[in-house]
Design a protein around this ligand. Structure first.
Ligand SMILES: Nc1ncnc2c1ncn2[C@@H]1O[C@H](COP(=O)(O)OP(=O)(O)OP(=O)(O)O)[C@@H](O)[C@H]1O
Ligand SMILES: [Mg+2]
Length: 385
């Protein structure tokens, strides 16, 4: 597979510039991980990660998305050396971690924080004890630990919960402890494996906001594994789609949402963007609205006021009957379905102008559109001659 650099993207194309490559904090080159067959009668060998090349830009938030079993967790476990690759090379901050001893790996791991779906807190220790633990292991002086833990708990918004035991905290609070613990030794990389999957939507958003702050205030590079495109939409600068161990698509989040290329990416994006009407919805809309129905992709190249202006200039009466517009990475994206009424030629002209700016799709209406009536007239007159 071609090398992928998750750097700045122009027009949906991934730029593989030297500059982009230099700012990579993690680089994978043709990395594979095969789990061997377990004994003669055990399950067959699994190629969990298959020839993956990618670069994670320093200071960015990268999302790794894919169905269950795609190899996402294995990929991040390779990055922090919890698994050994069976092929390729993995550079973390310029250091090849594929052949390091366990002792050397521990040093690399000290610069990588990790948070988990089930929080993985020590049940027998208080919140304070959980966050102090990695500091003790790292050899911090006793008098320095206390203010550091206080600072971390304050940052994650649970300054008053230090004495509590994890079982007396909500899921969101437990994940805040997990984040405080992961940040204790100031890692420059944070790995989050399904960190919000056990949380309700509101708590998910709070934790995502916190992760965004971690990224912005400390410059921490964050790699987020998730099933949820909502998570990608909220915090990721770039996204990698994995399928059966391979990277099938990657790019800047906005571009991937705007124009997903792989079939699996399209299905994932559709779970977070509901602005296009389904076939059933279109049938209902066609019954309720006698005008011409057209779905217009809204993006920076065709924002809503520009579309409205084109319709207005040509004297077309337009009404939005379905759709939605949202922001991804502070850039507008969505889709609006309009009912258009007016002179058939004017509508055709407006659609031709729009087609130069963005993707449009005209849907069949319940009453035949005027131009197809004209075509049938032409056809029948042609047949008569
Ligand atoms: N220690 C292991 N031994 C054998 N096979 C493994 C091991 N760990 C993972 N696998 C296999 O590797 C493949 C990828 O697993 P992985 O856990 O990386 O997927 P995932 O994308 O994280 O899935 P999920 O979304 O369910 O967490 C799966 O087929 C899995 O069964
Ligand atoms: Mg997993």
């Amino acid at each position: 597979m071609a090398e992928i650099v998750l750097g700045p993207v122009a027009g949906g194309e991934v730029i593989t510039s030297q500059e982009g490559a230099m700012s990579a904090i993690v680089s994978l080159h043709h990395v594979s991980k095969e789990f061997p067959r377990q004994g003669r009668s055990g399950p067959a060998a699994v190629l969990a990660v298959d020839d993956v090349s990618l670069e994670v830009e320093r200071g960015s938030v990268l999302g790794i998305v894919g169905y269950s079993g795609a190899g996402k967790s294995t990929l991040v476990r390779l990055i922090n050396g919890l698994e050994r690759s069976t092929g390729g090379s993995i550079l973390v901050k310029g250091q090849d971690v594929t052949h390091l001893s366990e002792r050397e790996l521990r040093k690399v791991r000290a610069g990588i924080g990790m948070i988990f779906q089930q929080f993985n807190l020590l049940k027998s220790r208080t919140v304070y004890g959980n966050v102090a633990y990695p500091l003790k292991v790292a050899g911090w002086k006793k008098e320095d630990i206390k203010p550091r833990v206080a600072q971390l708990l304050d940052f994650v918004g649970i300054a008053d919960k230090g004495d509590r035991y994890p079982r007396r905290l909500s899921g969101g609070q437990q994940q805040r402890v997990g984040i405080a613990r992961a940040l204790a030794n100031n890692p420059d990389i944070l790995l989050a494996d399904e960190a919000t999957s056990a949380l309700d939507p509101e708590t998910t958003n709070e934790v995502l906001k916190l992760l965004r702050r971690v990224n912005q205030e400390f410059g921490t590079t964050i790699i987020v594994i998730t099933h949820e495109m909502h998570v990608v939409r909220e915090i990721c600068d770039a996204v990698v789609m994995m399928d059966k161990g391979r990277v099938v698509e990657s790019g800047e989040t906005y571009s991937v949402f705007k124009q997903p290329r792989a079939e699996s990416t399209r299905r994932f994006v559709a779970t977070a963007v509901h602005s296009r009407p389904s076939r059933e919805t279109l049938d209902r809309l066609a019954t309720a609205h006698p005008g011409r129905l057209v779905t217009v992709a809204i993006s920076e190249t065709a924002p809503t006021p520009v579309v409205a202006e084109i319709f207005a200039r040509l004297g077309i009466h337009s009404g939005v009957v379905f759709g939605g517009v949202t922001e991804i990475q502070h850039r507008i994206l969505g889709s609006l379905t309009y009912e258009l009424n007016g002179d058939a030629g004017a509508v055709d002209a407006a659609l031709a102008q729009l087609a130069l700016l963005t993707a449009i799709e005209e849907h069949a209406t319940s009453s035949p559109p005027v131009h197809s009536a004209t075509e049938s007239v032409l056809a029948s007159s042609g047949g008569a001659s």
